[in-house]
Write a protein that binds this ligand. Structure first.
Ligand SMILES: Nc1ncnc2c1ncn2[C@@H]1O[C@H](COP(=O)(O)OP(=O)(O)OP(=O)(O)O)[C@@H](O)[C@H]1O
Ligand SMILES: [Mg+2]
Length: 302
């Protein structure tokens, strides 16, 4: 588990961030950044670097290893600290709250801005990376750099998609992004998986979710990971979130992903609310979504 760095960020000094970002720079070129190169990357004196390295190591922001040379790399905590510091400098984040969720590939926290927001740190590549590390004690530079790069790319992709979809599709409003982190509006309500819908609401909510899928498709995207865990429900409607893996509607597998998204959602409703959900012809639902003409699953049942 990656530790919450918010309390640390408050006690770090500007030079500590220079050091961390120096190591980040160095990691573009090699897995472990050679100690002797850090003064140049961080624009700190050798003495400063010595002092700051210890502070950052003690706080679990960096890791050290001696291979042919003494090398340093960022831990995820160090990368989190850099992103959070940037958000604080930009006044995107003015306070830090509790955890909102731990996904397979993310940590999400409540943060304070002009109103409550959600900060999502992407962790893509982290788990795989740890597995690779277990198997061999030497990892090539390319593989190593991948966790920083993979997580950053995922955050960029998610942010781009949110910007493209908001507000036509009901998604969390994107606020800011930096490195592997994004800040978006905090959703109200509960995950669909935990909602207990009244009998009379069931088909209506299913229709709302599929209407968002239809609008996203019209805007050029297929979510590609639709499930009861990536939809929030409250009195005002539904919100679809978790977009990094979304593909463009003209992607070669878009049709397949769209059909799977529809099967997942319809299947979930049918299992959880068998008495309320009619027998639905999923293929015909997919066809009207592709045509941009979806209205209700009732038109696609026997
Ligand atoms: N904008 C938000 N507002 C409130 N809570 C959120 C927000 N975004 C995410 N969460 C919470 O954090 C959890 C994880 O978020 P998300 O699904 O985006 O991450 P993930 O790691 O990709 O998930 P998965 O496990 O599906 O791969 C969500 O299930 C949700 O409870
Ligand atoms: Mg999710």
């Amino acid at each position: 588990m990656v530790q919450n760095v918010a309390p640390l960020v408050a006690e770090l000094e500007p030079e500590d961030f220079h050091l961390l970002s120096g190591v980040e720079q160095g990691m573009r070129f090699s897995e472990w950044v050679q100690r002797s190169k850090i003064p140049k990357f961080s624009r700190l004196t050798v003495e400063e670097v010595d002092y700051r390295l210890d502070r950052c190591l003690d706080r679990g922001l960096l890791e050290r290893k001696t291979i042919q040379y003494e090398g340093y790399k960022l831990q995820f905590e160090g990368y989190d600290a850099l992103a959070l510091h940037t958000f604080a400098e930009r006044d995107t984040v003015t306070g830090f709250g509790s955890s909102l969720g731990v996904g397979k590939e993310s940590d999400v926290y409540e943060v304070q801005s002009y109103r409550p927001m959600a900060l999502k740190y992407h962790r893509e590549g982290f788990t795989n990376f740890r597995e690779v590390m277990k198997e061999r004690d030497y990892t090539s530079d390319r593989e190593h750099v991948s966790w920083l790069y993979t997580a950053r790319k995922a955050a960029e992709r998610e942010y781009e998609r949110l910007e493209a979809l908001y507000p036509d599709v009901s998604v969390p409003r994107p606020i800011d992004h930096n490195r592997h982190a994004i800040v978006m509006e905090k959703m109200e309500g509960v995950e669909l998986s935990r909602a207990k819908l009244d009998d009379a609401q069931v088909v209506g909510v299913l229709d709302l979710v599929l209407a968002e899928v239809t609008e996203a498709y019209r805007q050029g995207f297929v979510h590609a990971d639709m499930s009861e865990y990536n939809v929030f429900v409250d009195e005002s409607g539904v919100t679809v979130f978790d977009w990094p893996q979304a593909v463009e509607s003209d992607h070669e597998n878009a049709a397949e992903f769209l059909a799977r998204d529809v099967r997942n959602i319809v299947g979930y409703f049918a299992r959880k609310y068998p008495a309320q959900v009619p027998d639905i012809d999923e293929e015909s639902v997919v066809a009207v979504i592709e045509a941009g003409e979806f209205e209700s699953v009732r038109e696609h049942s026997d």
